[in-house]
Design a protein. Sequence first.
Length: 320
Amino acid sequence: MKKVIVVSIVLLTLIISNACKKDFIVEDIKNKTLVILAPANNLVTTSNLVTFWWEVLDGAEKYNLQVVKPSFTSLISIVADTNITGTKFNLTLLPGNYQWRIKAINAGGSTAYQQFNLTVDTTSNLSTQLVSVISPQTNYLTAANKIVFNWNSLNTALTYEILLLNSTGGTIKDTVTASTSYTYTFPSSSANYSWKVRAQNNSSISQYNSASTFTIDLTAPAAPSLTTPVHGAIVTPTNNLGWNRVGAPDAKSDSIFIATDSAFTNVISRTRTYQQSILISALNNTPPATSTVYWWKLRSIDSVGNRSVYSSQLKFKLNP
């Protein structure tokens, strides 16, 4: 009976051990080859929107795509060097000669790079072209309501039509300019917007780029709430000032003001912190510990610089 139990335990251990090994085995992809679907090697195209596309490689966790101009041996500029988990990547390219290469990667290593040539040719027909935007990019967040829109020029384009849209897709501004930049001042209120642009010449019009969304945030966070020490407390430099950041998560930091008077006409210390408590001894221009009464208050600051109103103010006596 004991032999049966021992054999069973050994078999169970082997099964568990083998199962664990399978969980941690990384497939060797070093000798594998990616199947490239587009663009074809030595492609010459008049479209400046290029889709790089390949088949899934078993065992790959991601793919490294590099695009340079004009070649890897005579490099002038790196257009892209990015890791991608999917199997497609879009780039808007200016006319010229390019080389690109790609490899698959996992935790155990990578395949060899596969390298290809690509030429984007000039054309007066803009219908297959796409304007590439510079700024603001999608998800841009700002506290300024005066926005400068910038984009790259297209060869043979004479003018550009820019559309500014509200959060529901309604047109705020539709204007044409010969420049590759346009400035617009939005209402002084927080809101979400988007924009897109297309190129024009005497015989054709390009496609609009996908709309880039951005947010103007002019809303100040709520004022913080002071917690410790209590009003009139006697403390030492090793005690903490503490508060609650009521405006979180929008509020990212706080400015602490220490003064010798309740009107804060004599502010002796200003400190910015991302925490919600701080040692008195860690304050900038630490107040002298001479049994003096000090007043303190704060205001919160959000990620784009909007400032709350001041908190209530408390006093404390600082002893050595």
